[in-house]
Ligand binder design. Sequence first.
Ligand SMILES: Nc1nc2c(c(=O)[nH]1)N[C@H]1C(S)=C(S)[C@@H](COP(=O)(O)OP(=O)(O)OC[C@H]3O[C@@H](n4cnc5c(=O)[nH]c(N)nc54)[C@H](O)[C@@H]3O)O[C@H]1N2
Ligand SMILES: Nc1nc2c(c(=O)[nH]1)N[C@H]1C(S)=C(S)[C@@H](COP(=O)(O)OP(=O)(O)OC[C@H]3O[C@@H](n4cnc5c(=O)[nH]c(N)nc54)[C@H](O)[C@@H]3O)O[C@H]1N2
Ligand SMILES: [Mo]
Length: 765
Amino acid sequence: MSDDVKTKVSKAAAGGWGALKSCGRHLMASGSPLVSARAMLKANQPDGFDCPGCAWGDPEHGSSFEFCENGVKAVAWESTDKRTTPVFFQKHRLGELRLWSDYELEGQGRLTHPMRYDASTDRYEAISWAQAFREIGAQLNALADPNQAEFYTSGRASNEAAFLYQLFVRLYGTNNFPDCSNMCHEASGVALRQAIGVGKGTVLLEDFEQADAIFVVGQNPGTNHPRMLGDLRRAAERGARVVVFNPVRERGLERFADPQDKLEMLRGGSKTIASDYFRPRLGGDMAAFRGMAKTVFARDEAERAAGRPSLLDEAFIAEHTDGLAAWRAAVDATTWDEIEHQSGLTQVEIEAAADIYLGAKSVICTWAMGVTQHHHSVATIREIANFMFLRGHVGRPGAGLCPVRGHSNVQGDRTVGINEKPPAAFLDALAREFDFEPPRASGHNVLAAIGAMLEGSARAFIGLGGNFARATPDSPLVEKALRACDLTVHIATKLNHSHLMPGRAAYLLPCLGRTEVDRNSAGKIQIVTVEDSMSMVHGSGGINPSASKELRSEVAIVAGIAAATVGSDKVNWAALADDHDLIRDAIARTIPGFEDYNRRVRKPRGFHLRNAAAEREWNTPTGRAAFSAVPLPLATVHQQALGRDGLFALQTFRSHDQYNTTIYGLDDRYRGIKGERRVIFIHPDDIAALGATAGERVDIIGEHDDGVSRVAEDFRLVAYDIPRGSIAGYYPEANVLVPLSSAGAESDTPTSKSVLVSVKRRVAA
Ligand SMILES: Nc1nc2c(c(=O)[nH]1)N[C@H]1C(S)=C(S)[C@@H](COP(=O)(O)OP(=O)(O)OC[C@H]3O[C@@H](n4cnc5c(=O)[nH]c(N)nc54)[C@H](O)[C@@H]3O)O[C@H]1N2
Ligand SMILES: Nc1nc2c(c(=O)[nH]1)N[C@H]1C(S)=C(S)[C@@H](COP(=O)(O)OP(=O)(O)OC[C@H]3O[C@@H](n4cnc5c(=O)[nH]c(N)nc54)[C@H](O)[C@@H]3O)O[C@H]1N2
Ligand SMILES: [Mo]
């Protein structure tokens, strides 16, 4: 980028001293540095708890504590000694609390007592657990139809809590399971099921030790998966190419100093991680991968014309795949002009990336939200899979497809049945095991649930964790949707805005966090289990004392609501809540891959859930891995914005100091932002084209043409190294601009990285 741009973008490496200093600050700010520090030593250890941060895998040599700055923040945030007690709720009406920021709300600390909303005083008041359960059960049973209730899950819930929850909800009679993954990696699940027969990644952590090239697409691991940086760095050190596709220059992907390497820290050294950094336009990845494929086909033809062997893995393609010819025709039909314009990369750049792929024996491709939150995300991921099939990079060591999950157990929740479109075999197994007829019709995902609440056909919302009102698009509409309900229930650790949108009756039920000890009635410690991005299932047991003696585990709360709603004839909820081994036995009997669950999960590192595609067994309709053949999108949102005065494609991403809607602090260290979040990253030439100056304040106006007016007021322009015509702002502040009516094809995921907006100066020049 031009040298005259003066943002204080971090010149230092990611990780390093900055990370250590920041950890110290967050431990101190949590108010209980000793408890937190002790807790940190047990994060992702065989006998400790699973880090409530991201879903990256844990190394085999589990004793070497993997340092992670953002893991520290997640743990410190949960281990705070601040408390949001009934006295707090006496002091503050909901109408007042709604004016507070997310940061201020969560800053009040851990919820301590079950609370019930009193509309006459506009306050939450303490209530006993027994009464809360009774009333919730009565109100759920008063609905005309179980399909009038929506049961949301956020991906921190354990396998045990999620399994019990889906069992309760299906006994109650609905498949309405809106889930955070609907807003996250849904496109990965859909695309991979079509392509390889399983909606999960095919690699293990060990594969990163063997790959010669790792493509990291639409992902910012320096902030969101810091432990992945360690694996990328080790790969880079042994000479593997780390090839990044990201429109934004992300500091954390460029250089990284290992906070565990004392010598390196003293020398102020750091390692370059990304060997090659390509900057596609927003939504341009499908075109980029198509261009790489075009290159591979051309190089292959030249090789064969010269009498040399093919560059493709012909044996793999013949034995294991279907549909290459149709895709090849689609690739041939796509011109370099189209590819360059949509991707924003030149043919020369794309050929260079393709040559890295051709030069590598084993390739891994990872991706996250930069790929999954567009209209054509499913098509893009299919294109990535196509590209990887060309040289057989699925199902062998050091190679594979790797969607890097978000929430620490979002993958596990799906595995154990949080699914609005459950497979018939799973329902059959539930029916056999628990002797009931589960509902068969598909239920609601996130967007369908919001639609149903808005039109009044859904009357109740139950949230197992999360912050539905802030994580979803069109925040004001979703607030309205929640407040129109007859019943809202939130199971949570800390206060957030969703809790302030009460239905006619509303309950706030505080639960134990993952870092806390959970004992049953006999005083025996209970563990839960989670599944990471590599399909490793392992145990997690807390070590901190509970934040309040009133707290119950998520499992116990779900069991309490279930018993009060559907009764205990079919399922002995109290017994299951008291002994998680019994829940795991039930999972083992109903879900393939969990045989002998209780024993295997107690081994260090747990066990691997078999992934058929990783063994080249394809559970697709044809029994083969499927190439897809679709044209590129006519015009991405970025292309629509280009060349039209004042129009931009907005992406909403995460700062370094947040966990989704939880804001830890107001800095974004690697991007040079301090003490604020209402910023818009924009190319300096675009600032000039607006007639504005860097630092000036602007309003962002939604330009999606669906009749809803959307404005995000008062953001500061930050000159940044980002492609022209695209801008970036933080989630969740920018969610008022994300339209409910714009969703990914087949994934139905809000298009949080493709929002058409205009920028208006607040002060006339
Ligand atoms: N500390 C921390 N850790 C987290 C989270 C957190 O909030 N904080 N959230 C968790 C969750 S739920 C998730 S899903 C993950 C999210 O992890 P990420 O997917 O890394 O999250 P985002 O910040 O949304 O970053 C998206 C990245 O994609 C890039 N990008 C945007 N659009 C495009 C595009 O069209 N093409 C390409 N190639 N790149 C693009 C952006 O510039 C940005 O670098 O992290 C998980 N881990
Ligand atoms: N514009 C835009 N919107 C997005 C995204 C984006 O990139 N851009 N990303 C999307 C993605 S990837 C995701 S995954 C969703 C996330 O959506 P959610 O999962 O709904 O949101 P979180 O912010 O992770 O939820 C935080 C809340 O969970 C509760 N909590 C924390 N720990 C626990 C626990 O152990 N148990 C329970 N019961 N509760 C707990 C706390 O009360 C906290 O306030 O947001 C999506 N929304
Ligand atoms: Mo996510």
